[in-house]
Design a protein around this ligand. Structure first.
Ligand code: AMP
Ligand code: MG
Length: 401
């Protein structure tokens, strides 16, 4: 049985970044750029008024001549082609180009005006309320770099810069198979020894924001031949996630079936609780195709913990992102005891207190207890090196978003 960090290192060593692809502007958020992006315009493209007001020469007002002749009105999208000379002003709207000759904009609230006369009623400073051409960026300048993660906020800048499309690292495609003869789909009423398939939909939903596509292949049976067929279909994705069938029961056929169809085992069993029997391997077919395969333990909370801890970092890395899990830290609210050996991810509630995050481990009944998981907003992480933890101790935790 290996340590969590060893398992993460082994997974990282098998992750290959996806081949770059081109996407349209509004498809870019959620992806990492494969190339840098340059602006094709100056921003702003002209000296621009930042206020509704009057464009004028500051020297007039500073010399004690606050009454000016109004030559014209100019609004955003228009342009005054004349010249503003001493004693003159142009009424200007936010976003309009500042006319030739003017060096200052005074906001309309600081004036008194008629159609052809304006009196400035405040002191002025040359350059005020004008954003000069190219202040934010120059044509040809790099505005985002290869490796940058695109967010909705960045789309505005990219639109301004003329990036109608860009090269990105795609997210991987994932397939999920729940294994177990006892499983029926959510639409069915279980009878006898049957239960509903919780893991398939749960894993598919957790994976979705990190994947280009998610294929839920439903339930695979605890029969080697049929399971091999479903697995073969799953291997067409970049990542295949199975749940169930990786422990020590007589029906736990997943490791054997995976190896039989040509998936090479990298590890089996990690010092994590819940989730000890987690299995990881790689499938490489003749061509360039490569699939990472995760066998997660069937108990639903084990599946989720292992997905967050082991599968998510791989999804992120393949999409060109940093795959290190974002652990936060908080103070334990009560004493906590465990059998040392494996690091425990315990469903907990984190609240914000004046002194920082407070972690309350919930009354969780173990890896089949989804009811308590639904009350949790994080997993508190208790290192396997110790048996006892005191109130007030600082611990890492993983948010459940
Ligand atoms: P296994 O890892 O296959 O030995 O399964 C461990 C436990 O998790 C058993 O009680 C299974 O019935 C249960 N289980 C396995 N797969 C699922 C699933 N997809 N949804 C809900 N429970 C499951
Ligand atoms: Mg099973």
């Amino acid at each position: 049985m290996i340590e969590i960090q060893q398992a993460l290192d082994l997974i990282e060593s098998q992750c290959v970044t996806m081949q770059a692809d081109c996407l349209g502007l509004t498809q870019l958020p959620g992806h990492v750029l494969a190339d840098s992006i340059e602006s094709d315009v100056d921003s702003p493209p002209f000296d621009k008024s930042m206020m509704d007001g009057f464009a004028l020469q500051a020297a007039d007002v500073l010399a004690g001549n606050p009454r000016l002749q109004v030559l014209a009105q100019v609004q955003a999208g228009a342009q005054f082609s004349g010249q503003v000379n001493s004693g003159q002003a142009v009424q200007i709207m936010t976003g309009a180009p500042v006319p030739q000759g003017a060096d200052t904009v005074v906001m309309v609230e600081q004036t008194s005006h008629t159609e052809d006369q304006v009196e400035i009623q405040a002191t002025v400073k040359a350059g005020q309320n004008i954003l000069c051409r190219g202040t934010a960026m120059r044509a040809g300048q790099t505005i985002m770099s290869a490796g940058d993660y695109v967010r909705a906020e960045d789309v505005g800048l990219l639109a301004e810069a003329g990036a109608a499309s860009a090269k990105i690292i795609p997210r991987p495609g994932l397939a999920v198979i729940a294994t177990g003869d006892e499983l029926v789909p959510v639409e069915s009423s279980p009878t006898g020894s049957q239960i509903r398939n919780s893991n398939g939909p749960m894993i598919a939903c957790l994976a979705k924001p990190y994947c280009k596509s998610v294929r839920d292949l439903g339930v695979g049976p605890d029969r080697a031949e049929t399971l091999a067929e479903v697995v073969t279909a799953g291997l067409e994705s970049d990542i295949l996630v199975l749940s169930g069938g990786v422990s020590a029961g007589v029906a736990d056929l997943v490791p054997a079936v995976l190896q039989q169809v040509g998936v090479k085992q990298i590890f089996h069993k990690v010092k994590i609780k819940p989730g000890k029997p987690v299995w990881f391997g790689v499938y490489e077919s003749g061509e360039k195709k490569r699939t990472l395969v995760f066998g997660l333990p069937g108990n639903p909370v084990s599946s989720m913990v292992c997905f967050r801890v082991f599968v998510l970092p791989a999804l992120l890395r393949m999409a060109g992102r940093d795959g290190n899990s974002a652990y936060a830290s908080g103070k334990l609210s009560t004493e906590f005891k465990q059998r040392p050996g494996r690091t425990t991810y315990w469903p907990s509630r984190v609240t914000q207190s004046e002194t920082g995050c407070l972690l309350e481990p919930l009354d969780w009944k173990g890896s089949a207890d989804l009811r308590t998981l639904a009350q949790a907003n994080c997993y508190a992480v208790f290192t396997g090196e110790r048996a006892q933890f005191e109130p007030g101790e600082t611990l890492p935790f993983l948010h459940i978003h």
